[in-house]
Each structure stands twice: as C-alpha cells, then as structure tokens.
Ligand binder design. Structure first.
Ligand code: NOJ
Length: 599
C-alpha cells in the first residue's frame, strides 16, 4: 500500500471512530431518548454479529396484505408495504412458510419446497420482494419445515405407492405384520395418535403433527441431501437465513421403542432428544450454513442446559434457538392450553427470562418473543387489553422485548397493540389445532365450554387475524372476503390512525428500535435482575463498560414501586411510555421507563 492510500485510510478510520464515540446530545424532552455516549467500540465487543444486533419482525404472510382480492395476504402485498416495515426500524423480516402447500396447517405442510404457494403468488413475486427488501437494507428469513412435509408432496405420493418404491424410505413406515407400533403422540390428531394406517401398503406412517404432515426420515442420507440442496437453492437466491420449525425433532430411533420412563410423557422433550440430531445439524452446518453469511434460529423446546448443544459457537450448529418456558406460563399442566384460573405470577415470569438471559451470558446467544403465529396476541396474554390499558400495557411489553439481552423476535401487529379477537364459537376458528382439539374433547366427552373460554386467551388464530391498516372495509387488508375474520376494533385501531398520533404504540415502537440501535449496551450489556420478589415490577439493569441502564416495568394495573436500592437522583430518562415518566421508581399502571444511571 502506498503512503497516500495509508493516510487516506487512517483519516477514514479516525472519522468513523469519532462518529462512534460522539458524546450525548442532551435533551430535556423526557419522553424521547437522548443519544448515548459510545461504550465499547465495535472491535472491543467479543463475538459481535449482525444477527445479535438485529430486530426481527415476523410477518404472517396470509394476514399481512392482500393485493388480488382473494382474501389471503400475498407476497406482492408484503412488497407493497416494505416502506412501512422499514419505517419501523427493524432489520430482518421472518416470513412464515411461503412454499407450495395444501394448507392443512397454513403452510407448515409443504408440497414443494422450491415453489411458491399459489395463494401467495409466484417465484417472480418472491424475487421482487427479496430485491425490494435488500434495496431497503432489510433481510429476509424464511421458514424451514424439515421435520415433515405435506402428504401431497411428490416424495410422499411415491412413498405410499409400494413398499419397494425408491421414496419409501423418505418417511417412517411400520409394516402391519410387525404388529401395532409403540405409542407416539400427535399434537394435532383428534385421537392424539401419531401413527396413521395406510391401506395401500398395509403399513402405518408417522405424523407427529396432522395426518397430512408425515414425518420425513432424516436417518436416510438422501433426505438430508434433498434438504441441503433445497437450502442452497434459497441461499443462492440471496435469502438471509432460516427459522427452523421443530428442528430438534428430526432424528428418530427407527426401532420406535416405548417412550422411556424418564420423559414421563413429556413428548416434546422426548422428540427433541433423537439419537443423531446434533450430528445432522453439524452436517447441515458444514455442508451448507457455514458457506453463507446468514442467520439461523431453531424452534427448540429443550432445557436451558441442553440449548447450549444447539447454539454454542464451537458446536457449529445453529445461531439461535427459542424456548417455550416463558410463553408456557399460566396454563394448567398437561392440558390443551387451558388457562390456569389462578393466573401467572410475575416472579415466575422474571425467573424464567432471567434464567434464559443468564444462560447465554458467556456462550451462545438468546432470543426473546412474546407473540408469534403460535401464540395469542401479547397484549391480551401478558398485558391488559381492556380499552383503558391496551395501549399503555402493550408499550410496556414492547419495552421489555427491546431491552433484554437477546435478539427480539417481534410479531407483526404488536407494534399497534393488536389484541385477541376472542371468538365465541368453534365455527369461527380456521386453525387445525383449535378445531382438532375441540373435536377430541367433544369425542372424549370433555368440557367444551371451558375449552372455548380458554381459547379466547390461548388460541393461535387470535394472533393470525388480518393486519389492521386503516379504517376502511376489512381494515384495508383485502377487497375480498378475508380468510379469517378481522378484529372489529380496526375502526380505531389501525396504522393510519396511529401514524397521525405521536404518542401511539406504533410511534413508541419506532423510538424503541431507534434506542436499541443507538445503545449497544441494550444488545450486549450484562443483564442483572433487581427486586426479584416484587410481584408487580420487573426491574433490571443492562451494563457495559461503565455505562448502566435501568429498566423498570410495571406489569400491573395499579401503581407500584420498584425497590432497586439504586440512587436514582442522577438518573436520566431515555424513554418512557407516559408523557411524564417516573424518575423515582414509583410507577403508574403498566408504566415502563428506561433510564441512564449517573456514575
Ligand atoms: C411449529 C410451527 O410454529 C407451528 O405453526 C406448526 O403448526 C408446527 N410447528 C408444525 O409444523
């Protein structure tokens, strides 16, 4: 390198460094953030990764925006709204499955992994979406449904034809002359039976989900190679990562022994402990993932300890995983999501999220979410959707998600404070889970009323109602008949109305993403729980390199005080969900404050 080039590079580095270390611009406006002083420079933070610093925005394509009037959202709809998504300050869009599917489970039953679902559009629409997203510096993450395919996939159609079909071994078959296979439980089957008898070849096939979702046989190397080549197809197009559906379920002991007593009928844990799961994930990483600058996140319901085997850097498997301990709180044990009449305790909630945050303090990396397509709306479940508290409590929950030491996965519509639709009757539900559980309870003579009441809080369709764009027919989601009812509160709860209001949940969410972008302390800083026994307030600090932020969240509809033992006299509010935020730890109902602590 010649001297002039070296001087030029030195000048550029100095400029970058100055920009990174700019001191705060003070602001007297208590309701907005101030610029944060730089903490560590980029080089000083170990294991810095773009996906640790990203905010992921999940879009359920069926319900986002319909452009052809068929009542179902589509890819063109997403492309048409990318400016909106970009305006949120998020970095990554995760799309639920967009591949060809007969939609027994809304795309989680794939009939062709390299084609686009007709309802959603064409491959050309996808290419356009990807390009338009990248032009806006938004990344696109797809959903890999690899444990099972649709029974309408060509592989399964072949597989079921004869016992000697070349595709037979792509799935798990059990020939009838061996007798009935040992029990395996299906999550969606009306009878809970994961073995379905198929007359054509007089054998049973395995389906841990619905009968139309046969489990693929990952013990067959050909299946694994099919999956890897499919992943390469999408990565070569420029896709930025995959969320991996029930990925820990892929490996099975094909002798199908009885479930060992140690699992105590905990089927999820049993399925997640197959004999070769890690071997296959490492193979996938070696052959595909490691060759691209992408992110991966596994849907993996294992213990915090076992999670390390999936996401620690030196394992070379996945980048992140998400757990179910948090969203599983408040249900009666071993029930079909029946709400516990005693509710849930904030102290338990804090224990769970603290445990998972601490779990990745040194190794691995966490995720955090309160809503997704398998969950009800977060404000109904964890906040309070009564008219007087809906907005304030949803802002409080968003503050929690954006200030924890994990990559936030934020569900579309939560930025508006969308809440559960709470259907009264089973006929309104479209989700196979709700419908088949209902049928199963009906068959067994169980309490349908209790189930329907619980579904008002717990059902997945609550989180799948169409996005509320504006106060026109069907909330501006479609000109046709929406595939799932629109929440009638769209007349007042919609994007257009919230754009006009500086204090809306939408505009508050934008402040949160901006704050997280400015404050690397919120991404990488150490998490410390304070006042653990407080049943109303969740209080914690995030600290890095001498800089300390305090987050106070009141989870209750009554005033509450945080007993942090900290001197707040020099604290400065960076953001709060009330116009006049608390500065002394006394919090109004559902108040959230983010403060910078004086040294
Ligand atoms: C988990 C997905 O998130 C859920 O929506 C789906 O029904 C099951 N896996 C089966 O694929």
């Amino acid at each position: 390198m010649n001297n002039r080039k070296m001087l030029f590079l030195a000048a550029v580095s100095a400029l970058i460094l100055t920009a990174a270390c700019q001191t705060p611009t003070d602001s007297n406006n208590q309701n907005t953030f101030v610029n944060a002083p730089a903490t560590k420079t980029a080089d000083e933070i170990p294991n810095r990764q773009w996906w640790k610093e990203a905010v992921v925005y999940q879009i359920y394509p069926r319900s986002f925006k319909d452009t052809n009037g068929d009542g179902v959202g589509d890819l063109k709809g997403i492309t048409s709204k990318l400016d909106y998504v970009q305006s949120l300050g998020v970095d990554v869009i995760w799309l639920n499955p967009i591949f060809s599917s007969p939609n027994d489970d809304n795309g989680y039953d794939v009939s062709d992994y390299q084609a686009i679902m007709k309802d959603f559009g064409t491959m050309a629409d996808f290419d356009e979406l990807l390009k338009a997203a990248h032009d806006r510096k938004l990344k696109i993450v797809l959903d890999l449904v690899a444990n099972h395919s649709s029974d309408e996939h060509r592989w399964f159609q072949e597989s079921r034809k004869s016992r000697d079909n070349p595709y037979r071994n792509y799935y798990h078959w059990w020939d009838e002359e061996k007798g009935k296979p040992n029990k395996r439980v299906s999550f969606f089957d009306v009878n809970g039976d994961a073995w379905k008898y198929d007359e054509a070849t007089k054998s049973y096939y395995l389906h841990i989900f619905s009968q139309k979702q046969p489990d693929l046989n990952w013990e067959n190397p050909k299946v694994r190679q099919e999956m890897y080549s499919m992943l390469k197809f999408w990565f070569d197009k420029g896709v930025d990562g995959f969320r991996m559906d029930v990925i820990a379920f892929i490996s099975k002991d094909t002798t199908f022994p009885p479930i060992p007593a140690e699992y105590n009928d905990n089927w999820g844990a049993f399925y997640s402990n197959g004999p070769h799961t890690h071997e296959y994930l490492q193979e996938m990483n070696r052959e595909v993932l490691s060759k691209y600058d992408i992110m991966t996140v596994g849907e993996i319901g294992v213990s915090a300890e076992d999670a390390h085997n999936f996401v620690d850097e030196d394992r070379r498997e996945l980048d992140m995983m998400y757990h179910f301990d948090g969203v599983g709180l408040g249900y009666l044990p071993n029930s079909k999501k029946l709400i516990d009449p005693n509710g849930w305790k904030l102290t338990d909630f804090k224990k769970i999220y603290s445990k998972w945050s601490d779990n990745f303090d040194q190794k691995g990396w966490g995720t955090i979410y309160l809503g997704n397509h398998d969950q009800p709306r977060m404000v109904t479940r964890w906040g309070n959707d009564a008219p007087e508290f809906r907005e304030i409590s949803s802002k409080m929950l968003s503050t929690f998600l954006m200030t924890m030491r994990s990559t936030p996965y934020y569900y579309f519509g939560d930025e508006l404070g969308m809440n559960n639709i709470k259907f009264d009757k089973i006929e309104d539900y479209k989700d196979i889970e709700s419908i088949n559980w209902y049928k199963g309870i009906e068959k067994g003579g169980g309490d349908l009323k209790q189930f329907l009441e619980s579904q008002k809080i717990a059902a997945r369709d609550n989180g799948r109602t169409p996005f509320q764009w504006e106060n026109t027919a069907n909330a501006g989601f479609t000109t046709g008949a929406p595939w799932l009812k629109v929440n009638p509160n769209y007349e007042t709860l919609n994007v257009a109305a919230q754009e006009k209001n500086a204090e809306s949940p939408l505009n508050y969410f934008r402040k949160l993403t901006t704050l997280r972008k400015k404050e690397l302390t919120l991404v990488y800083g150490k998490y410390t729980l304070l006042d653990a026994a407080n049943e109303s307030v969740y209080a914690y600090t995030r600290a890095m390199n001498g800089r300390k932020l305090l987050i106070l969240l009141n989870f209750k509809a009554a005033e509450a005080t945080a007993n942090t033992g900290l001197d707040l006299s020099k604290a400065k509010v960076l953001l709060g969900n009330y116009a006049a935020p608390s500065t002394d730890g006394k919090l109004k109902p559902y108040e959230a404050v983010v403060m910078e602590l004086g040294n």
